[in-house]
Design a protein around this ligand. Structure first.
Ligand code: GDP
Ligand code: GDP
Length: 433
């Protein structure tokens, strides 16, 4: 499972500069789409074979204990609790400040590994940059320049050293789906409705609040794993205390699933949080099914309005199926499973090179990629470069000139020909000069 790294430090030390550097290469994977909100505090990074999640906790203000700043500090503390490693930035140009000391004190109380990083150290030697920060008693300070990139790779290699490299173990034998959504939309009710009907084979009582619960069950002779981010089974019937919503938990569940089931509350407007969570699933390339819940509480006239609002605000999820369900009455669940199965099949599809190439040829014959100046991109063949999401790699010449609109045309064609409903699909290019 991908580790999570939290970037912590007082304002202006360079957290967001470092965040941008760490997440930049991944950003290019998802084209900006209307309505897709991307939360600039959470992102994906990778060093060599090691992928990770990174959180920018910008706004940590431990000296203030009221109002919005306190709220931010609380969120930061949650991120610190949930992360697997903490990168604590200080500013090599200004030296130690009282705020650095307060943060250091908090971090020393935590049991997570902390890496003390002296930023803005371009042109300064490691030993000089770090010297005065030994006082923070958080080990050997590491000098970097987030702006110029010096020392960043070395830092991340060190941070990720204890974590294993990514294994390409996406070949799950059965669908593994995560039930995600903001608080109170009905995730627990849905998980209970699903499990109430089925035979539970095993469930894994996860250790900490940052972990989801994994439950294996059978339905119509098929095995599934549900990843329960709401923690229904942990809460049990005795202690119904509502769990704190955790973005990191949600992101980890999405990463580990083949299919994400996004639960929305039909009674409420689509919020920015809904769109952000949907964006995480899209960014991770996961297959997606949307369950618009509490449909029992919406009357006929409202239903049309709700559907229209969803189409408008979540238009970027046009590859996903939407279901209008009532978790509390157990309605719509059978159809939901049909879409989960369909999305799973699409996400894990294996497409042979000759077939992909044939479809490419037909598509190009019907509409060739536009000429750019003197050059017309030439597409020769296609092969599958990955699954969950399916990645189709097109080989040829001058392919860096292909406009986005043409890429979307190819995506659309592949989706239609191979009936890939429910999963994002990526077309990438490889030019032979
Ligand atoms: P944050 O508030 O911790 O997120 O800090 P920012 O990333 O917004 O950076 C604050 C300021 O420091 C900006 O003006 C950055 O351009 C600058 N900065 C960030 N990293 C470096 C660095 O490595 N070297 C120098 N000289 N300036 C930097
Ligand atoms: P979670 O925080 O996403 O796990 O949400 P819960 O499952 O705890 O549900 C939040 C509230 O919505 C509870 O009061 C549920 O009884 C209610 N609720 C959940 N599903 C439905 C539904 O299908 N219809 C109606 N009317 N209420 C529901």
């Amino acid at each position: 499972m991908k580790p999570t790294v939290a970037l912590v430090g007082r304002p202006n030390v360079g957290k967001s500069t470092l965040f941008n550097r760490l997440t930049r290469s991944r950003d290019a994977l998802v084209a900006d789409q209307p309505g897709l909100t991307r939360d600039r505090h959470y992102g994906h990074g990778r060093v060599g074979e090691k992928p990770y999640l990174v959180v920018d906790t910008g706004g940590f203000e431990p000296v203030v204990d009221e109002g919005i700043l306190f709220e931010m500090a609380r969120q930061t503390l949650q991120a610190v609790d949930e992360a697997d490693a903490i990168v604590f930035l200080v500013d090599g140009r200004t030296g130690i400040t009282p705020q650095d000391k307060i943060i250091a004190n908090r971090l020393r109380q935590n049991d997570r590994p902390v890496f003390l990083v002296v930023n803005k150290a371009e042109g300064i030697s490691q030993s000089i940059a770090g010297a005065e920060f030994h006082e923070l008693a958080l080990g050997e300070p590491l000098a970097i320049s987030a702006a110029h990139g010096d020392g960043v790779r070395e830092l991340m290699e060190m941070v990720l050293d204890p974590f294993p490299a990514a294994t390409d173990e996406k070949e799950a034998r059965h669908p593994k789906f995560a039930v995600i959504g903001r608080p109170n939309v009905g995730k627990s009710t849905l998980v209970n409705a699903i499990l109430g009907e089925e035979r539970v084979i095993a469930f894994d009582q996860a250790g900490t609040t940052r972990d989801s619960i994994y439950i294996d069950f059978e339905r119509d002779d098929h095995t599934y794993t549900i990843i329960d981010t709401a923690g229904v089974r942990r809460r049990g019937k005795v202690n119904e205390a509502i769990e704190k919503f955790s973005v990191i938990k949600t992101m980890k569940a999405i990463e580990d699933a083949n299919v994400a089931v996004l639960v929305l509350d039909a009674q409420l407007d689509i919020s920015e949080q809904d769109a952000t969570i949907a964006g995480f699933a899209l960014e991770a390339g996961r297959a997606l099914v949307v369950a618009v819940n509490k449909w029992d509480n919406i009357d006929g006239e409202q239903r049309e309005l709700v559907k229209r609002e969803i189409a408008r605000k979540l238009g970027f999820l046009d590859f996903a199926k939407f279901h209008y369900i009532s978790a509390i009455e157990g309605r719509g669940i059978a159809d939901l499973f049909k879409s989960i199965d369909e999305a799973y099949r699409a996400a894990m599809v294996k497409l042979a090179t000759p077939k992909l190439t044939r479809v490419l040829q037909v598509a190009v014959e019907r509409q060739a990629p536009p000429r750019v100046g003197q050059v017309r991109p030439k597409m020769r063949y296609a092969h599958q470069g990955g699954m969950n999401p399916p990645i189709i790699v097109i080989h040829g010449n001058a392919l860096e000139k292909v406009p986005d609109s043409y890429t979307r045309y190819l995506e659309h064609t592949y989706r239609k020909v191979f009936k890939l409903q429910g999963t994002p699909l990526r077309v990438q290019y490889k030019s032979a000069e």
